[in-house]
Design a protein around this ligand. Structure first.
Ligand SMILES: Nc1ncnc2c1ncn2[C@@H]1O[C@H](COP(=O)(O)OP(=O)(O)OP(=O)(O)O)[C@@H](O)[C@H]1O
Length: 267
């Protein structure tokens, strides 16, 4: 498999290298702001999970990935994150990409602000610049008063907002969201959905959101992609005006279409 920050090629496997970043950005611009390019990716565990996936994501585009449980959504996301290798095919991703998981994965022994900048490249995680960056990111997620708190004192929703601030402070070209709201209660989930929508509209990263939630996909995404039996069975642009909510005209039609694609037929 090829994972590269250079434009798509058939060269031997090479992890995304920082040195290729400039090439990557320039090439993306030259190719109409292509941020992710996946070609014929295959992955088999006990059975074939991804069976020839090809997918483009452009700069600033928000793509939601739906599919039945076990259809390979997380596997595809992990391949884009560089956490998993495909068996074959090629993957072109930008060097700056971050993942927000279902659980916040905060370091319990570090205060909230340090969690936001921990491990940030360039040695800027400590000191005033790191703190200022953390403060700005925490303000964006509505946690400006929590910079000195310990992770254990946060609610689940607050902890997930810190995880979001940690992702944003890196200014990723590609934001990978792996069911980031799944562990939250229904109300917090709706608030987080709005927050992610606002933040993505402001920062405009390319986004791949893995979700089970059809409403979430329609509210947030520019495009919804459905995985079925290892392949992309539907790739549909959601052309509803924003901001969106479930009661909007046109919403129900997309809802029915996507549920039917997932094998659920409403009566
Ligand atoms: N590291 C692994 N080792 C073995 N099998 C794996 C591994 N990772 C994933 N699988 C298998 O690959 C299939 C797809 O898993 P994946 O987590 O990508 O699906 P998913 O669509 O994200 O599922 P869910 O919606 O339930 O999270 C599953 O059958 C899973 O058991």
């Amino acid at each position: 498999m090829t994972v590269t920050s250079d434009p798509p090629s058939t060269s031997a496997a090479a992890p995304a290298a920082d040195s290729a970043a400039a090439t990557s950005a320039a090439s993306a611009a030259a190719e109409g702001q292509l941020t992710v390019r996946v070609r014929d990716v295959r992955k088999t565990f006990a059975r074939p999970v991804l069976d020839g996936i090809s997918l483009d994501i452009h700069a600033g585009e928000f793509v939601a990935l739906l599919g039945a449980s076990g259809s390979g959504k997380t596997t595809l996301l992990r391949i884009l994150a560089g956490l998993e290798a495909a068996d074959s095919g090629s993957v072109w991703v930008p060097p700056t990409r971050t993942v927000v998981f279902q659980e916040p994965r905060l370091v319990p022994s570090q205060r909230v602000w340090r969690n936001v900048v921990v491990g940030r490249s360039g040695g800027r995680s400590g000191g005033r610049s790191g703190r200022a960056a953390a403060r700005a990111a925490l303000a964006e997620v509505g946690l400006e008063d929590w910079e000195n708190a310990w992770p254990a004192t946060l609610s689940g929703g607050q902890a997930q907002r810190v995880a979001l601030a940690r992702a944003l402070v890196r200014e990723p070209q590609l934001l990978l969201l792996d069911e980031p709201f799944a562990a939250l209660d229904a109300l917090t989930r709706i608030r987080m959905r709005q927050l992610i929508g606002d933040l993505c509209a402001r920062h405009r990263p390319a986004v791949l959101l893995v979700t089970h939630d059809v409403d979430e996909a329609i509210v947030l995404a520019d495009r919804v992609v459905v995985l079925t039996d290892g392949q992309i069975s539907l790739d549909r642009r959601i052309d509803l005006p924003r901001p969106r909510s479930v009661g909007d005209p046109g919403f129900a039609e997309f809802h029915r279409l996507l549920l039917a694609e997932l094998g659920v037929h409403e009566h």
